[in-house]
Design a protein around this ligand. Sequence first.
Ligand code: PGA
Length: 263
Amino acid sequence: MPNTLHRRLIVGNWKMNPATVAEAKKLARIFRRVATSLVHTEAVICPPLSFISICSGRSLFTKKSSPHFHMGAQVASTQEEGGPHTGEVGAQMLRDLGVEYVIVGHSEQRKRGDTDEIVAARLKAVLGQGLTPILCIGESVRDESGAYLSVLKDQIKASCGDILKKSAKSIIVAYEPIWAIGAAEAMKAEDVYETSLFIKKVFADLYGADMGLKVTVLYGGSVTYRNAPDIIAIGKVDGLLVGRESVNAPGFVELLKAVDLVK
Ligand code: PGA
């Protein structure tokens, strides 16, 4: 979507924050308000599952539409049908709450046990409900010899291997080098550019040249309002996946406004 419409997608991954319903509501209200003034940017917030309904535009502002403001989830079950799956939340339930985007395969979940097979199953379940998956990939170390490129390629192939082109068209890739997540600094914008080109090439090899041009690539890892404009302008990505800065109200507001001004 952002590629063809030239709109940037800024996704806030709140992780396990904030602590209270009141704080979550407050953040959602602030971001929703600033999103209405955006011209080239779409804002997505991904609160914890327990806060989704209270943060969605539908429950906060029942009648008004909320342009450029979208709901996302941090995870969806691998299960495609409801049933005896204690603790799971299905993509269909998320869709019914107004969720449009779902993060899949975040490194913090891979660390807690999500294998490539599990990531592929979550991806399939999300696509099955017509939601847009944000597939996270990223290497843990960036070696001189370029072995990290094979890591990225293998992650994409393992997750998308069984997915037909028709469905794959809606996949968004979030490139999040693990070493840059929760770090002091983001990856250099020039390196983001190089890696995003590589990701597009892997998609072109898998699905044809048109998909290489069309696939939406985000960057994530220590993005702040200060570095976001350069990552967009020099890194030439279609958007950003933002962790810590997305629960810092003034920082995320600044970030949305700054990105919206990038030519
Ligand atoms: P960070 O997290 O912005 O705090 O580095 C990014 C992420 O994990 O999605």
